[in-house]
Design a protein around this ligand. Structure first.
Ligand code: SF4
Length: 286
């Protein structure tokens, strides 16, 4: 793991930790505590990226497809859904700048087409309430919430998540942490034993399935609770661990991050906030 660097910040007045913790928060925190601070405590919104927008459109179309009766789940119908809902989603203010991103559109179309090469949508039995299924559970006093792309029961209780983008390669175990955490939440919230976790890498035309190892699921719960306890300490100390590394070049806060940018103002100061506004970032209210 990258060596961390403690960075003092100014805690924005009225700011606090989010009331609930999601897997994406946990993942971001583990990458870099200071980035988590900018995002979730100081409430700066990271701008949409082409791959995030494309991923959201693919997820939306696939969810709509699986809400149809089995016999209607054809590739033609899926592409119709894409033509109908893709442009609509691209009209939202935060996505409008990707309206002419033809590479992203081609990737989404490929993702939808590949779904039919990886599984048979017309044969899959899935209850509508098991699509985009919300989980909310308290793990050792920490409120966790998540949204499962799909839960199926066909002799095997299976949690499935779709992924767009490239093959995860050696990072696949890292990607599996999310459905393992969902398996823990299923057990705690519904007393359902998830037998298998599945990741469908649409663009990479790859499916990764694993039997649930409940020890890993429980370890994910421990990691979530530890993250919350550590972030509470960081709020109290007004200091967060930055982890400079390869991912910094993809971080929108790089230019204002004292761990990597010499002379950057203290995060949370007026100077730092103004620099972020100059970069075009906006913040949610808290
Ligand atoms: S630039 Fe790097 S160290 Fe700084 S907040 Fe972003 S990820 Fe963390």
């Amino acid at each position: 793991m990258t060596k961390s660097l403690r960075v003092d910040v100014i805690q924005p007045e009225g700011a606090s930790l989010p009331p609930r913790v999601s897997y994406s928060q946990l993942s971001k925190y583990n990458q870099c505590g200071l980035r988590y601070y900018f995002n979730y405590v100081a409430s700066w919104t990271e701008p949409q990226t082409s791959s995030l927008v494309g991923g959201n459109i693919a997820h939306d179309v696939i969810e709509r497809l699986y809400r149809l009766p089995n016999e209607e789940r054809t590739l033609e119908r899926a592409l119709e859904l894409l033509r109908e809902h893709g442009p609509r989603l691209l009209k939202s203010p935060e996505c409008a700048k990707f309206a002419n991103d033809n590479a992203m559109k081609a990737n989404v179309k490929e993702a939808v087409e590949n779904l039919f090469k990886l599984e048979s949508p017309s044969e899959l039995v899935v209850e509508p309430e098991h699509l985009e299924m919300e989980l909310e559970v308290e793990i050792d006093g920490v409120k966790f919430f998540g949204k499962v792309d799909r839960f199926t029961v066909d002799g095997v209780n299976r949690v499935t998540d779709y992924k767009t983008g490239k093959n995860p390669g050696r990072y696949v175990d890292d990607k599996l942490k999310q459905p393992y955490l969902y398996a823990l939440a299923f057990k705690m919230q519904h007393d359902i034993d998830v037998d298998e976790v599945e990741l469908i890498f649409l663009n990479a035309k790859h499916i990764e399935k694993r039997p649930v190892d409940f020890a890993i699921a429980e370890a994910m719960g421990v990691s979530l609770v530890r993250m919350r306890a550590d972030s509470e300490l960081s709020v109290t100390a007004s200091a967060w661990d930055a982890r400079p590394g390869k991912l910094c070049s993809y971080c929108v806060f790089e230019a204002v991050c004292p761990a990597v940018t010499t002379g950057a103002a203290k995060p949370g100061s007026i100077e730092s906030d103004n620099a972020l506004i100059q970069l075009g970032l906006t913040r949610r209210s808290y």
